[in-house]
Design a protein around this ligand. Structure first.
Ligand code: UGA
Ligand code: MN
Length: 289
């Protein structure tokens, strides 16, 4: 009886050891990095091109600082910063030089007649970014890339970049704190976008904020005429008017767990109070803020 037990024990022993070793090896495996570095991937990591329109105001440098702090944590990101100005400003030039990010600094002023409340913003700046992107890739076969419009005041989670990086044509996801609701999102059924959860103008063909989609570089290059339009574009319709030119609702790729996670927030910075800023007897040193 004893010898039977013994022999069973010795038959089982190697298997038990194998199971223990496997469990041990598995738990020691490090967690995958949030943004995989290129050399971990068998394919080149698609470059994310972020087009950011920006304009001079008291909070500009603060906004750009928050944005750069986010972007610096994203692998293979190229920042296209487009100033709404007649020339590149010293503040932004200095800022970019120290930002430690691959970047391109452009500028184009918004014509005065379009600088009115109720009119779409940053049309010319986003188009300048698109033109640069098309020009840069004019002669070479398109490298894998993804374009994303990143306004300077929104809040972006790092997970968002992981999601958009796999965009094949046009991808979409929810945006928090927008449209008069806690969030807006594309409604998804069987992996396809079938409608929009929104509190504002649900009749928009693509009821989505600028922060809610990404486009592959390939799609941008194969639709060279797709731009943001001033003529006929109503406020809040810019996104729809642009997306209409390059895709269809059926074609959209839902991200962020079938559009059930908020990974970007349409935050807006309140206007700063400068009521006590002196008009004369200014500070003895000149400080950039
Ligand atoms: C909403 C959308 O989220 C924007 O993408 C859209 O451009 C805008 O409406 C619109 O009405 O056109 P909202 O927060 O109201 O956003 O707009 P802002 O954040 O004030 O401006 C959007 C971007 O354009 C920002 O990056 C901002 O720096 C830039 N901007 C704004 C300019 O370059 N020039 C301006 O005169 C105003
Ligand atoms: Mn904004």
């Amino acid at each position: 009886m004893k010898s039977v037990l013994f022999s069973r024990f010795f038959i089982l022993l190697p298997w038990i050891l194998i199971v223990i070793i496997m469990l041990d090896v598995d738990t020691r495996r490090p967690a995958p990095p949030l943004t995989p570095r290129p050399y971990f991937s068998p394919y080149p990591l698609p470059t994310i091109y972020a087009i950011t329109p920006t304009y001079s105001r008291p909070v500009q440098k603060a906004e750009l600082t928050r944005l750069a702090n986010t972007f610096r944590q994203v692998a293979q990101l190229h920042w296209i910063l487009v100033e709404d100005a007649v020339a590149r400003s010293e503040l932004v030039s200095r800022f970019l030089a120290r930002a430690g990010l691959p970047s391109t600094h452009l500028h184009v002023p918004t014509p005065r007649r379009y600088k009115r409340p109720g009119l779409p913003r940053a049309t010319e700046q986003r188009n300048a970014g698109l033109a640069w992107l098309r020009q840069r890739h004019q002669h070479q076969r398109a490298q894998p890339g993804v374009l994303f419009f990143a306004d300077d005041d929104n809040t972006y989670s790092l997970e968002l970049f992981q999601e958009m990086r796999t965009t094949r044509k046009v991808s979409v996801w929810p945006v928090g704190l927008v449209g008069g609701r806690r969030y807006e999102r594309p409604l998804v059924e069987n992996g396809k976008v079938v409608g929009w959860y929104t509190g504002w103008r649900a009749d928009r063909p693509f009821a989505i904020d600028m922060a809610g989609f990404a486009v592959s570089l390939q799609v941008i290059l194969s639709n060279p005429k797709a731009v943001f339009k001033r003529r006929g574009s109503q406020p809040g319709m810019q996104e729809s008017d642009f997306l209409k030119q390059i895709t269809t609702v059926e074609e959209l790729e839902p991200k962020a767990s079938n559009c059930t996670k908020v990974l970007v927030w349409h935050t807006r910075t309140e206007k700063v109070n400068l009521a006590n800023e002196p008009k004369y007897r200014l500070d003895t040193v000149k400080i950039e803020v």
